[in-house]
Ligand binder design. Structure first.
Ligand code: PLP
Length: 693
């Protein structure tokens, strides 16, 4: 059994083993073309006929049309094209047709995109209008009632792919009938197949697209239902297959597999009952509540498919949640498109008018009706592991006191960064350049570590510290006097290498010195090191923090090996040094196939996992090549770089999930003068998955 737990059923599903067998059969023994009249063709045709007959019964197609095609996106095109051509014909006959192409605000993008495309191509100049939904994702029926007379086509999905929210199709049908609307009606049934009972010909629905790969059939096969009497125009013309409705030799492997899934649905002996699926959802939801304090569910369970959970966790981005679940090998998806730094909010949750943090931080966990008890139990255990990993990293509140952290922490937000100097022994810290966007993270970190913040200093004057000060409460003495850089009036002084005497703050055994720089001393830089009596010699300065790293002012007071920590970091360099500007050349990539050989040639090589600590903690499989790895997340690189640069430099092999983060680490170390630094190409995602014992 694979260690991977797949909980992304709304994106796609594995293929039912019996469906794989059926597909293989059509590629082996029954490979014929169903249009051929010889025996090989007839055998293939029998498979096609059987699959269709099953679909007709199961979906209650009645006298309507049902054609196989490549999937729902094609089905949506065909439906939209057919309806628009029908409208054009009605218009040219002088009949009144509506002017609106009305679609639910939470429809899959395939719907509005197809409407806009065909409307433009056919030059119909109809108006696209989104039909709003309420906070539960239900369509605004009053608005539909108002617009129904002007609607030419209405598109409403049976169940939503992000939230699983089920549409009240009967209510929509009621409004269309009651308003005597002449609009055509398309219902995207992709997420409903196998989960909701659909007897199509007994409804007013004109078009219903389906997709195989959302219910245990392969990708590239689907179906379209068209009500008897609804306009129909083929999208693809050619050899006349599918009774001339969809030309092209049939995808027999896909159809045979889909037919097998439909037959299993019809027999009712393969998939879980609604009750069992609801119980699975309840167990997952309980585990999420226990593991992730404050979790909120974005879909109302009583109005949603039991197979979808959509949730957000205060203080955590969807990126962080995705990463920790992925590290625990639980495959879920972000409820929204996720860019490298900030997640774009979900348009579905936005349409439900959820606050931005929920819409941008949402995670979708979805399973299929084949789910079993063991998988759900294992998923619950992994969720608990993820929660523990996040608590230990201070990303979510923890009742137990976290292990105190020491050293430097970098918190980056869109090219700028804040730094924290942490001292475990005295449980204190100093914050340098607190960004407003990092304030919540700094605050929860300080609370979780139970640290006292000695100072909140900035490299620029009057750089707004108020929000953080308010948030820190008793962890910071807000009444202590400070200048416009946040530098405490009570600071002592220290003499630097160039003889200048500057302000100094003690944090544990280290000293943070403040010096003016920039043309008119309008900027501040900070030096961190250990003093020698009243002096801070250049050689003892380990770190220098400044908005512009290669500042002349720093040269006289720091050493070649001092790490320069920028408070602007557009290029994700993390840190640099005076001597590193002449970057080391060479290829920093190490192919995972070459890793074993590399480790044999360099037994002293060190493997470094640069993922976040909660990803490291959630991982239960060994590191690459079965070796134990050291955990040094990117924001702790500066802290460790000095140590790696010292003495005999062992080769460093950085890795992460995909190779994106580790390549930055390898390049940084090369820049700093460690040419034997590599990044494992493709990261853990491309390393072969270990099997469970
Ligand atoms: N409609 C919905 C609701 C979906 O979830 C999807 C797939 O994500 C589609 C349409 C597109 O389906 P297909 O992948 O078969 O083209």
């Amino acid at each position: 059994m694979s260690t991977e737990i797949y909980l992304d059923g709304n994106a796609t599903s594995a293929v039912l083993p019996a469906a794989i067998d059926a597909a293989i059969d059509t590629m082996g023994g029954r490979f014929g073309n169903p249009s051929s009249t010889h025996a090989a063709g007839l055998k293939a045709k029998a498979v096609l006929d059987e699959a269709r007959a099953c679909a007709l019964r199961l979906l209650g197609v009645g006298e309507g049309r049902l054609m196989f095609n490549s999937g729902a996106t094609e089905g949506i095109q065909t439906a939209v094209l057919s309806a628009l051509i029908g409208l054009r014909e009605r218009r040219s006959r002088g009949e009144a047709v509506g002017s609106l192409l009305l679609y639910g605000a939470t429809e899959h993008k395939a719907v509005p995109e197809s409407l806009a495309h065909w409307n433009r191509l056919l030059g119909l100049e109809l108006t696209l209008q989104a039909l709003p939904v309420d906070g539960d994702g239900a369509h605004d029926l009053d608005m539909l009632r108002q617009l129904a007379a002007q609607a030419a086509l209405v598109c409403t999905m049976a169940a939503n792919n992000e939230t699983g929210v089920v549409t009240d199709l009967a209510a929509i049908e009621g409004v269309l009938i009651e308003t005597n609307s002449a609009a055509y009606w398309m219902v995207d049934c992709v997420q409903a197949l196998g989960k909701l009972d659909l007897q199509l010909s007994s409804t007013r629905i004109d078009y219903a697209p389906f997709s195989g790969h959302k219910l245990y059939a392969p990708k590239g096969v689907g179906m379209l239902y068209v009500r008897k009497g609804a306009p129909f125009t083929p999208l693809i013309m050619g050899g006349g297959q599918e009774s001339g409705q969809r030309s092209g030799t049939e995808n027999m492997a896909g159809i045979a597999a889909l037919g097998t899934v439909l037959a299993a649905l019809e027999r009712g002996d393969t998939f879980r009952s609604q009750g069992e699926l609801c119980a699975f959802r309840a167990r997952l939801a309980d585990s999420l509540r226990a593991a992730l304090p404050g979790v909120v569910f974005n879909n109302p369970f009583d109005k949603s498919l039991p197979t979808t959970l959509n949730f957000s966790v205060p203080g955590l981005s969807s990126r962080e949640l995705m990463d920790v679940f992925d590290a625990a090998q639980v495959r879920v998806s972000a409820g929204s498109a996720c860019s490298s730094s900030k997640a774009a909010p979900s348009y579905v949750l936005d349409a439900m008018r959820l606050p931005l943090w929920r819409s941008a931080g949402a995670i979708r966990m979805s399973f299929g009706p084949l789910a079993d008890d063991a998988t759900i139990a294992a998923a619950c255990a992994r969720i608990e592991r993820c929660g523990a990993a996040l608590r230990a990293s201070c990303l979510i509140p923890s009742e137990r006191t976290a292990v105190p952290h020491d050293g430097l922490l970098q918190l980056g937000v869109e090219g700028a960064c804040s730094w924290m100097v942490l001292d475990a022994a005295s449980r204190s810290c100093i914050v340098i350049d607190p960004l407003p966007d990092a304030a919540a993270r700094i605050e929860s970190y300080v609370r979780c570590q139970n640290y006292q913040v000695l100072a909140i200093v900035s490299t620029l004057p009057n750089a707004g510290r108020g929000m953080l000060i308010d948030a820190l409460g008793r962890h910071f003495d807000r009444h202590a006097e400070a200048d416009e850089y946040g530098w405490p009036a009570a600071a002592k002084s220290v003499t630097l290498e160039n003889g200048a005497t500057v302000g100094a703050l003690q944090i544990g055994k280290q000293t943070l010195a403040s010096l003016g720089c920039g043309a008119g001393d309008e900027l501040r830089a900070y030096l961190l090191g250990t003093t020698d009596g009243e002096r801070l010699p250049a050689a003892s300065v380990r770190f220098a923090f400044s908005a512009r790293p290669a500042q002349q002012a720093l040269r006289a007071v720091s050493a070649d090996q001092t790490l320069l920590c920028p408070t602007r970091d557009e290029r994700n360099q993390f840190c640099t040094s005076m001597s590193s500007e002449a970057a080391a050349e060479g290829d920093a990539h190490l192919d995972s196939a070459a890793l074993d050989a590399f480790l044999q040639a360099h037994p002293d090589a060190v493997l470094i996992d640069v993922r976040e600590p909660y990803e490291f903690a959630a991982t239960f499989t060994p590191g690459p090549a079965g070796r134990v790895a050291q955990s040094v997340p990117l924001n702790r690189l500066a802290e460790h770089a000095a140590e790696w640069l010292r003495g005999n430099q062992s080769p460093l092999i950085f890795f992460c999930r995909s190779g994106n983060r580790s390549v930055k680490a390898a390049q940084l170390l090369r820049r700093l003068g460690h040419p034997q630094s590599y990044s494992l190409t493709g990261g853990l995602a491309l390393a072969p998955l270990p099997l469970a014992a």
